[in-house]
Design a protein around this ligand. Structure first.
Ligand SMILES: Cc1cc2nc3c(=O)[nH]c(=O)nc-3n(C[C@H](O)[C@H](O)[C@H](O)COP(=O)(O)O)c2cc1C
Length: 224
């Protein structure tokens, strides 16, 4: 079982979000997972330019670090998306990464995985950011078990106080990957999203037959 985290802080090793995520991954590891951490601070990822090339064959025009990060998350059974709060939202780095996942959303390439979200903030906005990241998970067809946010202010001990909850979140994610609990509300939302995405998969059928056939096999599209 593999659990991979994506950290959207630009601060690298100094990032408090990264430190909190390391606790989450430690909890997952204790529960038997092999863990991986993708730090967007180490990567050059260009923002989506809406050229729509990916809709032709799933490939982006930018040959940057996104594809390596994408391979790593595709290889995982469980995902952690984590971001600091920047002006009440995810960091720009995290948003750029999420936008580059548009084709994965349309084709539901990550569907069936489990996820959880993590945010750190100075004072406020953490729950809004974990809520947004969980919403993104559902767009991707990833079932979320929830998330945690920590308002750290300038308190140097606040991270230590969040450690137990973070480790537990990682453990719960690993258990979810193992036991595959059902969440009817999320299943309904994901099914509704797929009805919309099915229009894209159908429209691209002639030049992306493999994607179309996969959707038929999954039962997400009725063959015409
Ligand atoms: C550009 C910027 C915007 C921020 N916006 C907010 C904010 O809206 N609300 C808040 O409480 N903290 C805000 N913060 C503080 C960070 O969310 C907080 O320090 C966070 O723990 C940083 O995480 P990191 O160490 O992983 O980068 C902001 C920090 C920066 C640099």
């Amino acid at each position: 079982m593999k659990i991979t985290a994506v950290v959207g802080s630009p601060r690298g090793m100094r990032s408090r979000t990264r430190k909190l995520v390391n606790f989450v991954l430690a909890g997952a590891e204790e529960a038997g997972a092999v863990v991986d951490l993708i730090d967007l601070a180490d990567m050059e990822i260009a923002p989506c330019t809406a050229c729509e090339s990916c809709s032709l064959d799933g490939t982006c025009v930018f040959a940057d670090d996104f594809s390596a990060a994408y391979d790593r998350i595709q290889d995982a059974d469980g995902l952690v998306f984590a971001s600091p709060v920047y002006v009440d939202n995810v960091s720009g780095q995290m948003k750029v990464f999420i936008d580059r996942l548009a084709d994965a959303m349309h084709y539901q390439n990550l569907a069936g995985k489990y996820g959880c979200s993590v945010a750190t903030t100075g004072i406020s906005g953490g729950d809004a950011v974990t809520g947004y990241l969980n919403h993104v998970f559902n767009y991707l067809g990833v079932t979320t078990i929830g998330g945690m946010s920590a308002a750290l202010g300038s308190d140097t001990e606040a991270l230590d106080r969040a450690e137990a909850a973070a480790r537990d979140l990682g453990k719960q994610l690993a258990l979810a990957v193992r036991d595959r609990p059902r969440y009817p509300d999320q299943e309904a939302e994901m099914a509704e999203n797929r009805e919309y995405f099915a229009g894209i998969v159908r429209a691209n059928r002639d030049w992306r037959p493999d994607g179309y056939e996969r959707w038929v096999r999954e039962g997400w599209i009725r063959e015409e």
